[in-house]
Design a protein around this ligand. Structure first.
Ligand SMILES: *Cc1c(COP(=O)(O)O)cnc(C)c1O
Length: 863
């Protein structure tokens, strides 16, 4: 076979159309309809043929067409105005400018993620994690938050899903050519591509080039191993989460370590500020910490422990799943091999690396290196992605902070959000503009005025969106039926598929077991009755991809597809292959109800229901993730769940019985509540009580589910404190970091020796009442620490029957007397604040100005 060298010739645009080049490469077009319309109007049939891809469109237009457009004055004026619009967007003052005037806001924040879902044109995501990362960057751009994204470039992206005749998922991996994508190669000043090199075992070196995508104001750097210098490992980054064992590990080394190096090249070549904060979105990029330590050891003369303190101060870690299978774990031996010998990072001995990801806590597995554990250990600030998920994570990872209650585990939560301009149908946005006055869907402006939209008009729009979905479903099913072997003549039924006036329920997501794709099939006859009800029929649109290696997931899909193939039911229930962002953008606006029935509490947040809500759909969901937090009784429906972590009765329930109960509750709700309300229409055909719920949903959920809210929360609660802590650690030649490192060493040695020898309490009467003061004294042997190096606390609260403390508060005890022999007397008072059974206990904690909280080191001595 002849080795051919391929390259795409970039279209040379006539001068009048030159701004189209920037408009196509800045991905702002993906959430800016007017820019898309400029491209579409260049040639609507080519636009459709390239599936709405501006770069492909420009490449696909003939020189004659381009010349004709260049002499069309009206069109040239539109191009100019679109270019001015982009330039205004990129330079206008934004929220962060003002924020930064009052707060010590970081000049740059690095955001690392293994996936980014920005547009269907750049399919670098598999599901919610990637879409969230994309929405994070877009909203950071809207707000002017100076983020720079770091990821990998997967030339095969995530797979395309088709179905076989018998409903089995088939995967194909279309090759992406980066030269035909809105990407720019990062080059040295002399024009040669930037080369990121990484040492691998056995003296090998991995090389990568760096692509830049531009997401509004936010650059996104994507590392790509597909370069000639990589003999035998060019394909390392071909597939998202591709390969097993070492391939995955090496991908993650490239993401974390290579990613930091790419950032350095980026700053060196563009003059961009160096990041002050490093956000690790899920564990995959965790090795970034090791590279940062290595830099500090080799460049600043710190030792490993000192460097660790600097890195932790300025790292932020987000955990995204409580599902054990969703957490990235490697054999410790593989990690050892990749961080020793020729592959050792300068200043980072492998003996220091392994403990960082070790599951050396109760319930952990020896010999494993856990990337989430590494993320938590290497960041002073961590979070889950909804309040419930925060609580679940605190108990799930509690073993890392032994001696503390779950409440005290230092993992907070910031609930996910979605980027409204990406996910709202433009007609919904226009309707708001028409009636609500000043609105900006990216912001919490105007949502409370939604009642001003005439119900008739809102309802007419919902029908239009439903009809658009029905048309899209028919196209997709026709195409899919053909690939499954049907001939055109057999496809007459597709024209009768779904009905734009029937209550439409959507369900689309990845297909891990906990999401329970087939829960609705639990009682097939019951479901059939709902679908075929002569007065109040229901129709279901379902989609989802299974991970290629997950046979169980594929079986669930097959079961679903075979159900939808039933000629008796197929007009009312469809499975659409190849769920992706583009499908979601028609599906979510087109449904009346968004269904989500995960096994509580495994859905960390979920975001698809938020997108549906922004388009006036109602949620019907298990109280899990974001819905547990924001369901208010009248913005949708809660499917009752038998979660064993919540009620003791469910603890002994077998999973099958649980599915049965929850499915039955689902059918009941659809029949007695959802369909009943949907079909309860007035003389004008408007279901007033339904539309009322839609208004309530938009008014209440609209402002909450926005990704701008989420990014502001990250900025104020995590990024800015991390930047402040990072600066404090580094100031005066790293004085605080050095002092903290020494302190941690001393505290780790002292705490096992430290003893609370004796506790006294007095000052209250025999039958104390509220307002009396309790004096507490503790006699502590400090194990070698000084009195000011510890925090001594009384922990007090309501005493339960089983002698647990509830509604806990703390009060500090102060050193009052040095008793000699390393012993100190501490004393303090607390006021009895409530009636009933009262209990207290004394504990000793580490104290240092460089710590973010008393639980941070996982050290405590309880009396
Ligand atoms: C929003 C979205 C997701 C994530 O949705 P969940 O609610 O987390 O399941 C996944 N895939 C696509 C294509 C999406 O648009």
């Amino acid at each position: 076979m002849r080795a051919i060298r391929r390259f795409n010739v970039r279209t040379a645009l006539p001068e009048q159309l030159a701004p189209l080049s920037d408009l196509a490469t800045n991905l702002r077009w993906s959430w800016h309809r007017r820019t898309r319309e400029v491209f579409r109007d260049m040639d609507p049939s080519v636009w459709d043929a390239v599936h709405g891809d501006p770069v492909a469109l420009l490449a696909g237009l003939s020189p004659q067409r381009l010349t004709a457009l260049a002499s069309d004055e009206a069109f040239v004026a539109r191009v100019r105005s679109a270019a001015e619009g982009l330039s205004t967007y990129l330079t206008a003052p934004a929220w962060y400018d003002e924020f930064g005037e009052h707060e010590p806001a970081p000049k740059a924040i690095a955001y690392f993620s293994a996936e980014f879902g920005i547009t269907h044109v750049l399919p670098q995501y598999s599901g919610g994690l990637g879409i969230l990362a994309g929405d994070h960057l877009k909203s950071a751009s809207d707000l002017g938050v100076p983020i720079v994204g770091v990821g990998l470039f997967y030339k095969e992206g995530y797979f395309t899903q088709q179905l076989s005749a018998d409903g089995w998922q088939l995967e194909s991996y279309p090759l992406l050519d980066p030269d035909g994508l809105p990407l720019t190669l990062l080059r040295e000043a002399d024009g040669t591509p930037v080369d990121i090199a990484l040492a691998l075992p056995e003296g090998r070196t991995l090389h990568a080039r760096v692509w830049r995508a531009q997401v509004g104001r936010v650059p996104l750097l994507l590392l790509d191993s597909d370069v000639e210098a990589n003999d035998g490992i060019r394909d390392l980054t071909s597939r998202l989460y591709g390969g097993g064992g070492d391939q995955r590990l090496q991908q993650e080394m490239l993401l974390g370590i290579g990613g930091v190096r790419a950032l350095r090249a980026w700053s060196r070549l563009t003059g961009a500020a160096e990041p002050e904060v490093y956000h690790c979105n899920e564990g995959h990029a965790g090795f970034l910490s090791l590279e940062r330590i290595s830099e500090l050891v080799t460049g600043q003369g710190l030792d490993f422990e000192q460097a660790r303190r600097v890195v932790r101060a300025s790292n932020v870690f987000t955990t995204h799943t409580p599902v054990p299978a969703g957490i990235d774990r490697f054999e410790a031996d593989a990690v050892r091999a990749h961080f020793s010998g020729t592959a050792e990072l300068a200043g980072v001995p492998v003996e220091k690396v392994l403990p960082i990801g070790a599951e050396d806590y109760e319930g952990g597995q020896p010999g494993i290196f856990n990337m989430a554990v590494m993320g938590l250990r290497m960041a002073q600030r961590s979070n889950g992605v909804s309040q419930l998920h925060g609580a679940v994570s605190r108990s799930m990872f509690g073993g890392l902070w032994p001696g503390f209650t779950a409440d005290e585990v230092p993992i907070t939560s910031i609930t996910n959000g979605v980027h409204a301009p990406t996910w709202m149908d433009w007609r919904v946005i226009e309707l708001g503009r028409k009636y609500l006055g000043q609105t900006d869907v990216r912001e919490a402006i105007g949502w409370d005025r939604v009642g001003r939209v005439p119900r008739q008009e809102l309802w007419a729009l919902k029908r239009e969106l439903r009809a658009q979905l029905v048309a899209d479903v028919r196209d997709r099913v026709r195409a899919s039926a053909k690939t499954r072997g049907a001939s055109e003549a057999e496809l007459g039924w597709v024209g009768d598929l779904l009905d734009p006036d029937v209550l439409t329920i959507g369900f689309a997501r990845r297909v891990p077991t906990y999401k329970r794709l087939t829960l609705m099939l639990r009682d097939p006859e019951r479901l059939a009755k709902l679908l075929l009800d002569p007065q109040r029929p229901v129709q279901l649109v379902i989609a989802g991809k299974s991970h290629p290696a997950d046979e169980t997931g594929k079986k669930l899909i097959q079961e679903m597809v075979q159900f939808t193939d039933d000629p008796r039911l197929r007009a009312r229930i469809v499975f659409l292959p190849n769920y992706d962002m583009q499908m979601a953008q028609t599906l979510m606006p087109g449904v009346d109800v968004w269904l989500n029935n995960p096994l509580r509490p495994y859905e960390a947040s979920g975001t698809s229901g938020m997108k549906a809500a922004l388009n006036g759909a109602l949620n019907l969901s298990i109280l899990d993730g974001w819905w547990d937090e924001w369901f208010d009784g009248s913005n949708g429906w809660a499917i009752p769940s038998a979660d064993p972590s919540r009620d003791t009765e469910s603890q002994t329930m077998d999973p099958d019985r649980r599915d049965e109960l929850e499915a039955a509750a689902l059918y009941d709700l659809i029949e007695s509540q959802v369909a009943a309300r949907f079909y309860d229409v007035d003389a004008d055909g408007v279901p007033q009580r339904w539309v009322e719920m839609v208004e309530h949903t938009l008014g209440v959920l609209g402002p909450k589910v926005l990704a701008t809210r989420m990014v502001r929360d990250y900025t104020t609660r995590l990024y800015t404190p991390a930047a402040v802590a990072g600066h404090a650690a580094a100031a005066d030649d790293f004085a605080v970091a050095k002092d903290l490192a020494a302190y941690v060493g001393a505290a780790e040695a002292a705490f096992p020796q430290l003893r609370i020898e004796h506790v006294e309490a007095d000052g209250v009467s025999d039958a104390p009442s509220i307002g009396e003061r309790l004096m507490v004294r503790a006699y502590v042997a400090l194990g070698g620490l000084r009195a000011e190096q510890v925090l001594v606390q009384v922990v007090h609260g309501r005493a339960s029957e089983s002698d647990e403390l509830l509604d806990v508060e703390t009060a500090e005890l102060y050193p009052v007397e040095d008793l000699g022999d390393g012993r100190t007397k501490f004393e303090g008072a607390l006021t009895l604040g409530r009636s009933g059974a009262f209990g207290f206990s004394v504990r000793v904690l580490p104290r240092h100005p460089g710590l973010a909280g008393p639980a941070e080191l996982g050290l405590v001595v309880n009396a």
